[in-house]
Design a protein around this ligand. Structure first.
Ligand SMILES: N[C@@H](CCC(=O)N[C@@H](CS)C(=O)NCC(=O)O)C(=O)O
Length: 371
């Protein structure tokens, strides 16, 4: 009997996991030789905890036993090995927009995603519980999976107030999300992806929240399908791509239809990111050489015109630095065009945030350290 050869890549995660969706869509678009396996109890015990240092998904393992955690690192690791076609646009303005929207999907839209999974849990209880149980114990009975799911989901379910989801903020979160859906729907009525007929790193950032939670959990999926059918179709395209197909728009053009989305991001998300940079700097000043705690207390935020308080997610700086570094590298005409765009969407000041203390990731740990 011949056994199947091991694919080049194994992605450990789950269908219900926001960030697994981001990595999966990327692997599919690039047409890579991979398989996806559930992050079961055994996988956590034998692989993820010892090699990554925390119970987090997704994790990519190569056929050479290299382990990569964090979807941005996974994509960059694979882009270096399989550069064509790149998911980072060559045009400087398109690249800036793509990095901003990746950051927005990864770090801000988690709020509506988690709200629409957990605040309406009574309406989708057995689906969600079973999904949690199935990732951990795929061979258990349905009943056992639901039971297991109830235990496993506790940290996620319990995290929503820290993310800023409370009775007071829910009207703002829903308002902003519904408006965002309308804006994206108008965009995807005209374009297959954010920047043309090829998905960019920005599309992969947005698909995380817009698939596993907002495009798949029963309650928000119905909302998306009914009110934003073009967004729903983009979710399907992202999950079933023509591998390696498509192009970014010519002449580094950024469609006008993205401006309201970018404006929303600058208005709601960037103040949070700028404040994270300040808090991280303060902590690193007080604790030279230390590893930044993942959460540094709480700070105010605004969404959909409603104010709330949410955790200070130190990791956000690492994602924000990607945007800041790209912007800082621009010169001449490129800088002028970036400034004009950022000025028109209210993002210029934030993109010029001075970073007194840069941060970096370290292998085998989730906590950031000073770079
Ligand atoms: N920035 C990370 C985030 C990964 C993440 O937060 N994954 C969730 C599941 S979708 C998780 O495992 N969270 C557990 C934790 O953060 O401790 C990435 O891009 O991979």
């Amino acid at each position: 009997m011949t056994s199947e050869p091991t694919p080049a890549y194994t992605l450990y995660g789950g269908e219900l996991s926001l960030y697994t969706g981001k990595a999966r869509c990327y692997l599919r678009y690039k047409g890579l030789d991979y398989r996806e396996l559930p992050a079961t109890r055994e996988v956590h015990k034998e692989l993820i905890l010892p090699r990554v240092g925390a119970a987090i998904v997704p994790v990519l393992v190569t056929d050479n036993d290299e382990v990569v955690q964090d979807t941005t690192d996974i994509i960059d690791f694979l882009e270096a090995r399989h550069p064509n076609p790149p998911v980072y646009p060559a045009g400087s303005l398109q690249k800036l927009v793509a990095l901003m929207l990746e950051f927005y999907g990864d770090e801000w839209l988690v709020m509506p995603a988690m709200h629409y999974r957990w605040s309406v849990i009574d309406q989708q209880y057995s689906f969600i519980m079973r999904e949690f149980g199935a990732m951990s114990a795929p061979d258990a009975s349905e009943e056992e999976q639901v039971h297991l799911g109830e235990k496993l989901c506790a940290p996620f379910r319990g995290s929503i107030p820290a993310l800023g989801v409370t009775e007071e903020t829910i009207p703002g979160i829903e308002k902003s999300y519904r408006e965002l859906l309308g804006e994206l729907d108008a965009h995807f009525a005209q374009y297959d992806f954010l920047l043309g007929s090829r998905p960019s790193i920005g599309d992969f950032g947005l698909i995380g929240p817009l698939y596993a939670h907002l495009g798949r959990d029963p309650v928000p999926r119905e909302l998306m399908e009914r009110t934003a059918p073009n967004v729903y179709r983009w979710v399907q395209r992202m999950n079933n791509p023509q591998p390696c197909s498509g192009e970014f728009l010519a002449d580094d053009r950024v469609p006008d239809t993205l401006m309201p989305v970018l404006e929303r991001m600058c208005h709601e998300h960037l103040p949070d990111a700028v404040d994270v940079v300040a808090h991280n700097a303060g902590w690193l000043e007080q604790n030279p050489g230390g590893s930044l705690p993942r959460v540094l207390g709480f700070h105010p935020f605004t969404t959909g015109g409603v104010q709330g308080t949410r955790y200070i997610h130190s990791y956000s700086q690492w994602m924000f630095q990607r945007c800041l570094d790209h912007y800082a590298s621009l010169e001449g005409e490129d800088r002028y065009r970036a400034d004009t765009l950022l000025g028109s969407i209210g993002g210029l000041q934030a993109m010029r945030t001075p970073v007194a203390r840069r941060v970096r990731r370290q292998p085998g740990q989730l906590e950031l350290v000073e770079a």
